[in-house]
Design a protein around this ligand. Structure first.
Ligand code: F3S
Length: 392
């Protein structure tokens, strides 16, 4: 087995000189490093930790976190969370179940005891943490991983919740996978025929390519997405094919092709057919957007649409607290809320207990949300671009 070299500080953590929590965390990192034949650890500048919603981690997860917090572990680097199961400020007025909320708050408490910032978002890069090209990080939410690797050129594997927590506690992660240049190479070229016009179409493209990629890294030709479109594209590919990194010619900072990449073509017609297939219901109980969490540009677009025609039924715009604050300062939040929308922070439509809250059909504009809502939340879907779902 390959030798995994540790620094003096890492050795000290491993033998327990820096406390039991760091010892346990370093044991896990070392085991991972050995499995993936890492030669050493690499320092990471931030950790984004999944496994936050009580809906997804349950009592077993809560007990594990309480145990780690009780061992006295404190994080070494800036660390923050993936969406939780509810908006921590508005949960009562939004009708989240009391018992669920109680457990959710305990989870956040345990993370907070370890020094983790309880900002809960899958778009940290829109909420104050934007790594630069070449920066090593340990993030775990699949769309955030995709965006950080592909659009920002940062380096991260798709960490599990526990391994991201270990990286947060120790400040390092094993050097393997997408931390190494030689693995950041595309092996499938995707030609896109036809012009894609909105985020939803990019999400649909992502769903199709994720399925085709089957573990390969894609490189796109023939598209010109903006930042929000890239967000939807990457999230959908991560959902349908666990794609952690992709390239877009002339758009992403990296463009590395392997020796003889496979080549496929996706047409606008295939995208339209998938859109039709996903749209299975006529009316929604709830309309939700912000998967991944919304940007200020998306909020401005929503505000303009609602000013022309307000929404009648519950309409959640899921987002990070940083973006919500900016939207409040700029008056965008008020324009949305006066016209029936609600800015919902800390959570999202997939990790919130929608089914327990009485919703059975949800309208979405995102390929990733469309992938998970039927299975994780037992929802029927109304699917379409923003203006097609707002008043359904
Ligand atoms: Fe984010 Fe939830 Fe979608 S975590 S990417 S909004 S499923």
């Amino acid at each position: 087995m390959q030798n995994l070299e540790l620094t003096e500080k890492e050795e000290r953590m491993l033998v327990g000189e820096e406390g039991e929590a760091k010892q346990k965390a370093m044991e896990i990192l070392v085991a991972l490093g050995k499995i993936y034949h890492a030669e050493r650890m690499v320092r990471v500048s931030s950790a984004q930790i999944a496994g936050v919603s009580y809906k997804t981690i349950g009592d077993a997860g809560l007990e594990y976190l309480k145990h780690m917090a009780a061992l006295g572990g404190r994080v070494e680097i800036p660390s923050f969370l993936n969406p939780a199961g509810m908006d921590t400020c508005q949960w009562r007025q939004m009708g989240f179940p009391e018992e669920f909320a109680k457990k959710q708050l305990q989870i956040l408490d345990a993370y907070s005891t370890m020094g983790i910032t309880t900002s809960c978002t899958c778009t940290p890069y829109l909420n104050g943490v934007r790594p630069v090209e070449g920066e090593h990080i340990a993030w775990s939410e699949s769309s955030a991983v995709s965006f950080a690797n592909s659009v920002l050129g940062a380096r991260t594997n798709r960490e599990g919740g526990p391994s991201a927590l270990c990286a947060a506690l120790c400040g390092v992660t094993p050097l393997y996978g997408l931390h190494l240049e030689e693995n950041r190479v595309a092996d499938i070229i995707v030609n896109v025929e036809g012009t894609l016009e909105n985020r939803t179409e990019y999400g649909l493209l992502g769903l199709l390519v994720g399925k085709e990629a089957r573990g390969k890294l894609p490189a796109f030709r023939g598209i010109n997405p903006d930042q929000d479109m890239l967000k939807y594209l990457g999230a959908a590919m991560a959902a349908s094919g666990s794609v952690p990194l992709y390239f877009v010619a002339g758009v992403t900072p990296e463009w590395n092709l392997g020796e003889s990449p496979e080549e496929i073509t996706i047409t606008k017609k295939e995208i339209e057919a998938l859109k039709e297939k996903l749209n299975e219901a006529g009316h929604a109980d709830l309309v939700t957007v912000g998967c991944p969490h919304a940007s200020l540009d998306e909020l401005e677009e929503i505000a303009q649409k609602l000013e022309k025609k307000p929404v009648e039924k519950p309409f959640w715009i899921c987002l990070g607290r940083g973006v919500k604050k900016e939207a409040e300062q700029k008056g965008i939040a008020r324009r949305i809320e006066e016209n029936g929308g609600r800015l919902v922070a800390d959570t999202c439509m997939v990790v919130a207990p929608l089914e327990e809250m009485g919703f059975g059909t949800t309208a979405v504009d995102s390929g990733k949300a469309a992938t998970y809502l039927p299975t994780m939340c037992k929802q029927k879907l109304v699917f379409g671009k923003l203006e097609e779902i707002l008043w359904k």
